[in-house]
Write a protein that binds this ligand. Structure first.
Ligand SMILES: NC(=O)c1ccc[n+]([C@@H]2O[C@H](COP(=O)([O-])OP(=O)(O)OC[C@H]3O[C@@H](n4cnc5c(N)ncnc54)[C@H](OP(=O)(O)O)[C@@H]3O)[C@@H](O)[C@H]2O)c1
Length: 250
């Protein structure tokens, strides 16, 4: 690793996570987490390393599994960590007519990836973040959430519940980790990239007409917000909507 600051991005191989990595690479050495998309993450790391030698490496891991999360954090190493971007998430529909056991397992699966894993990584990596804060003034955690942290997306009940819990996680950890110089913020995107599964209930027209700006956003809009929060030294406990004016705030 060559530059002074380092960042770990979960789900960094594709889509929004890949754009966040591209945006941060100018100022950070990158630890790129991937689960299934290891080939894409390896290719991205090679591109970053061609631009600046030793500036990126891949870390694999299943976030739903505690042992895998422990291994992931061990693979980060012991050097100070300036920025943790919790971008990976589980997304999908709920079936309220499934068996009680299936419904409960489904909610637990959303909570495990979207809440417990974020809690676990933030707290396991706290010593490295605190070390960066001591060295450089502060360190930051940015949790990528969703406009549906504030109101439910019909048909996606378990996902929405997990996102609302994520918003409280931002506030609770901001309080808890602030004294160590670790700021914790969230980004709540509206639609910035269509889901790859055709299961989305809302139409493209409904999604765009629901915004004040009349259009969807882009992964670059999320990456820009992450970059801002990484250096917003007096901002903590905030969830920044990046939704073209589609949330409940206007
Ligand atoms: N796309 C949008 O318009 C939109 C809107 C609102 C909020 N968001 C939020 O913005 C973030 C990025 O969006 P996106 O559309 O790029 O996300 P995505 O494609 O649905 O998922 C991003 C990555 O998460 C990783 N992931 C999922 N489950 C995992 C698990 N159990 N263990 C480890 N990794 C796991 C996957 O990595 P691998 O491919 O390596 O398995 C995946 O590539 C997400 O938090 C999403 O909820 C996106």
């Amino acid at each position: 690793m060559t530059s002074t600051r380092s960042a770990l991005i979960t789900g960094a191989a594709r889509r929004v996570g890949a754009e966040i990595a591209r945006r941060l690479h100018a100022d950070y050495d990158l630890l790129l987490h991937a689960r299934a998309s290891r080939n894409e993450a390896e290719a991205a790391a090679a591109r970053f390393n061609a631009r600046r030698a030793g500036s990126a490496r891949l870390i694999g891991g299943e976030l739903a599994d505690e042992a895998s999360r422990a291994a992931l954090c061990a693979a980060v190493g012991s050097a100070p960590l300036d920025l943790l971007v919790l971008n990976a998430s589980r997304y999908g529909r709920s079936d309220l007519d499934a068996t009680p056991a299936a419904r409960n397992a489904d909610l637990r699966a959303f909570l495990e990836v979207n809440v417990v894993a974020s809690w676990d990584l933030a707290l396991r990596l706290r010593p490295l973040l605190a070390a960066a804060a001591r060295a450089n003034g502060d360190a930051a955690i940015v949790l990528i959430l969703d406009v549906y942290a504030q109101r439910p997306l019909p048909g996606y009940e378990a996902y929405s519940i997990s996102r609302a819990a994520g918003a409280m996680l931002v506030q609770a950890l901001a309080r808890a980790l602030g004294p160590a110089g670790i700021r914790v913020n969230g980004v709540a995107p509206g639609t910035v990239l269509w889901a790859e599964t055709p299961e989305r209930a809302e139409t493209a027209d409904a999604l765009t007409s629901g915004t004040a700006l009349g259009r969807i956003g882009s992964p670059a809009d999320v990456a820009q917000a992450v970059r801002y929060l990484a250096d917003a030294h007096y901002v903590t406990g905030s969830v920044l909507p990046v939704d073209g004016g589609r949330g409940t705030h206007i």
